[in-house]
Design a protein around this ligand. Structure first.
Ligand SMILES: [Zn+2]
Length: 425
């Protein structure tokens, strides 16, 4: 009888210790804002006050000034965030006439953290993050909306409700994806008049391309996009204060990133997915959490594919060998080359960034452009071809895919539906 009581007490102590250990593990919240170009945020020196909450988040942690998307549109960019791979390696992207889903065998940040004992949840607002494409697999709780324009408030409320009404086991890994800065640009009142340009009242979508070069229209569309960002930022403010009130913010690593940026006719087109200029590739990346020095700014080049290895290293977990990104909380080699690819709307192309040098290569017809982003951030002044970096781009393009992307019927049907909604054009 005595040994039974001792055993019982021992089990009780072990259970308590294990529960304390889990409580002490750092939680992770990954915030993905769709279609968010870093250059439109206050903390990236934008002229408008679009992002007070995001600016505060940046001030409390690390801001990466030069984060490059691995692709200029949603599906491959998201796949790079969740797998730590480049677009050529995961090929969860658009080619051969349709969009391919992620290799079902490929581990993601969610599946790895779930295996490590994290409770997992995702609240997402776009079809590419739905089940057919496989990027958001492995969640204990999944909240999904296939067209989340102006849903930032609903999504943030749903997440706060999830946190408050459930006994969410710790540690937790939660993904929240907000779609609002994506077209159409129609933020709710009073945000819709914050930066509004006169003369084009009511326009939230671009007209046919010949009419899009009007400077008044471009100014108006930019102002409406900025208003969408401010609206989204206001909802993030609500999320952060709600989490603080519930005592969930202190022991949590927050990561804020985007899947791609947005163009405003700088290179002859609007939206994204058309080319690999910086308007579509320069995205924000902010990390804040226990042990991270507030007010840190990092200027070395980083990418979406660095998120997975950085989070795993931060949590003192092993990074799978196949991962191509690096831990950017450690040393970042100045000479590293950051690749991007995955254009769907125009000719296939790839790009590499090394330091401030950038080379774009258009596959057919074969041509290239070289820029120095330090002197020419708008990529307007062509330089003589940098043949070494061009070779890097071509090598990257020939990179073997290490996955077996899915070609399932569901993904194809979903892609056709998204085409119908205008997400692919
Ligand atoms: Zn997107």
């Amino acid at each position: 009888m005595k040994s039974f009581v001792l055993c019982y007490l021992l089990v009780l102590i072990l259970l308590t210790l294990s529960s304390c250990a889990n409580d002490q593990k750092v939680n992770v919240v990954l915030i993905i804002i769709d279609t968010l170009n870093a250059d439109h945020l206050g903390c990236y020196d934008y002229c408008r006050d679009t992002s007070p909450a995001i600016d505060s988040l940046a001030a409390s942690g690390i801001l990466f000034r030069n984060c490059q998307a691995q692709a200029p549109w949603t599906l491959p960019g998201m796949a790079s965030i969740f797998t730590g791979l480049t677009e050529r390696s995961h090929r969860c992207s658009h080619y051969d006439g349709f969009s391919h889903g992620l290799d079902p065998e490929m581990p993601t940040l969610t599946t790895i953290l779930k295996e490590q004992g994290y409770s997992t949840a995702a609240l997402v607002n776009v079809g590419y993050l739905g089940e057919p494409f496989g990027i958001t697999k492995g969640n204990d709780y999944f909240w999904y909306n296939d067209d989340g324009s102006d849903n930032a408030d609903i999504t943030v409320n749903a997440l706060l409700e999830y946190f408050s009404s459930n006994e969410v086991p710790k540690p937790f890994f939660t993904v929240i994806h907000l779609f609002d800065p994506h077209l159409p640009y129609d933020p709710p009142s009073p945000f819709n008049t914050l930066f509004k340009h006169s003369g084009t009242n009511g326009i939230t979508e671009w007209p046919e391309i010949e009419l899009c070069f009007d400077p008044v229209l471009i100014e108006h569309m930019t102002a409406m996009y900025d208003s969408e960002i401010r609206w989204t930022d206001s909802q993030l403010s609500k999320l952060f204060s709600g989490m603080r009130e519930m005592g969930l913010a202190d022991n949590t690593l927050f990561i804020l990133i985007a899947d791609h940026g947005e163009e405003f006719m700088q290179h002859g087109d609007w939206g994204h997915a058309h080319n690999l200029y910086q308007q579509a590739l320069h995205i924000p990346l902010i990390l804040t959490g226990p042990g991270i020095e507030p007010g840190t700014v990092v200027s070395e080049n980083v990418g979406q594919y660095d998120v997975l290895p950085t989070v795993l290293k931060y949590l003192e977990m092993a990074v799978p060998d196949h991962v191509e990104g690096i831990n950017i909380l450690g040393e970042i080699p100045e000479t590293r080359v950051i690749p991007s690819s995955g254009v769907i709307a125009d000719t296939a192309s790839a790009a590499c960034l090394q330091g401030s040098k950038k080379v774009l290569w258009f596959v057919e017809p074969d041509s290239s452009e070289t820029f120095n982003l330090e002197d020419d951030p708008g990529e307007m002044n062509l330089l003589p071809v940098d043949s070494l970096l061009l070779e890097e781009v071509m090598n990257y393009w020939a990179w073997p895919c290490i996955c077996t992307p899915t070609e399932n019927e569901e993904a194809i049907i979903e892609m056709r539906r998204l085409e119908g909604l205008g997400y692919i054009r």
